[in-house]
Design a protein around this ligand. Structure first.
Ligand SMILES: C[S@@+](CC[C@H](N)C(=O)[O-])C[C@H]1O[C@@H](n2cnc3c(N)ncnc32)[C@H](O)[C@@H]1O
Length: 313
């Protein structure tokens, strides 16, 4: 009998991602974010027999769910519980140095958002946790209750792009200790002026919850390491494809891809190039690809998705 429910996650931009990956039988592919396993299953069909698929997730629930519901695929692939920032180490542990394709679909799965006990969502009333990897000790409880007012304001501003960051941080500090998601969401909402709140299309706590989640999981640092090491372990003509879900995440992806796609990296103002730097990758499309209107109507969670890809020189 099944212990874990089937995934609730609907893969985002699946067709576009698979097309951009341009998979062939026998390839070595890393799916850095297994989640509900939607990408993994499509990649598997295209590279087997003869291919090698490494599927990674830092959330052990995602891994256990996939193994339970897709045992036939799970026995043929390498499923690794790890942060994607350890990509080089993971490959080394499996005696691999280079791969043909890497894909990552960033952020949270619907399973994580909808499972109350994880404390990611402000709908419902749960303990504020927000750890993707529950073997780590730092959770949202620590950040909300132990960070100084300034540290909190900085997190909310930098990772949430929230213009009321200082007011929210002060309101949080005034009301500590805070344990539940509902309590936290109410405090954040009330800290935003009512005239602004009335005009908001999203829940007033959306940006602050996102910011705290990014801090809990140290998402940008892991993403930067992953992108840099990922480009390094790609074969020549290998492809790296990433789907991001908010502007901060997309900026990190765009900047690291752009830096690696640049020729000269001399300081501005240097009259003649002296760095002799060669581009390492080339963009597969000029601009990020967005989901179709049809997909957004079918799966509203896809609306902010942005797809970018590069090919190694
Ligand atoms: C949007 S879901 C992936 C969905 C998947 N592509 C599918 O089609 O079902 C994102 C997954 O990435 C995982 N994740 C996020 N950041 C990670 C990281 N730094 N290292 C490893 N896994 C990560 C999350 O735990 C989550 O399960």
């Amino acid at each position: 009998m099944s212990v874990m429910e089937q995934t609730k996650h609907v893969s985002v931009m699946l067709e576009e991602v698979i097309e951009m990956l341009d998979l062939k039988q026998g390839m070595i592919v890393v799916d850095a974010t297994l989640g509900g396993g939607g990408y993994t299953q499509e990649i598997y069909k295209r590279i087997m027999p003869g291919g090698t698929l490494i599927a990674c997730d830092q959330d052990s629930d995602a891994i256990n769910r996939f193994k339970e519901h897709y045992p036939e695929i799970a026995k043929d692939i390498l499923i690794v519980h790890s942060n994607y920032s350890h990509i080089r180490k993971v490959l080394k542990e499996h005696n691999m140095r280079y791969v043909d394709r890497i894909v990552a679909d960033l952020g949270l799965s619907s399973d994580q958002i909808e499972e109350g006990g994880r404390g990611f969502s402000f709908s419902g009333d749960n303990i504020i946790d927000m750890r993707m990897d529950r073997s780590k000790s730092l959770s949202a409880i620590n950040i909300v209750n132990e960070f100084s007012e300034k540290e909190l304001a900085d997190v909310i501003f930098l990772y949430g792009d929230e213009r009321f960051s200082r007011r929210i941080a002060k309101a949080i500090c005034d009301k500590r200790p805070i344990i539940s998601t509902k309590e936290l969401a109410d405090i954040i909402s009330k800290a935003i002026p009512i005239s602004v709140r009335k005009k908001m299309k999203m829940h007033p706590a959306t940006k602050t919850f996102q910011a705290i989640r990014i801090a809990v999981n140290d998402e940008y640092e892991h993403l930067k390491t992953f992108l840099t090491e990922g480009i390094d372990v790609l074969q020549s003509s290998g492809r790296f494809v990433v789907v991001s879900f908010h502007s901060g995440e997309d900026r990190v992806v765009k900047n690291i891809f752009r830096t690696n796609a640049r020729g000269c990296i001399c300081d501005e103002g240097v009259p003649v190039c002296c760095c002799e730097h060669e581009p390492v990758v080339q963009f597969l499309t000029k601009k990020a690809i967005k989901p179709s209107e049809e997909e957004i109507a079918r799966n509203p969670r896809s609306r902010s998705a942005r797809l970018r890809g590069v090919i190694k020189k």
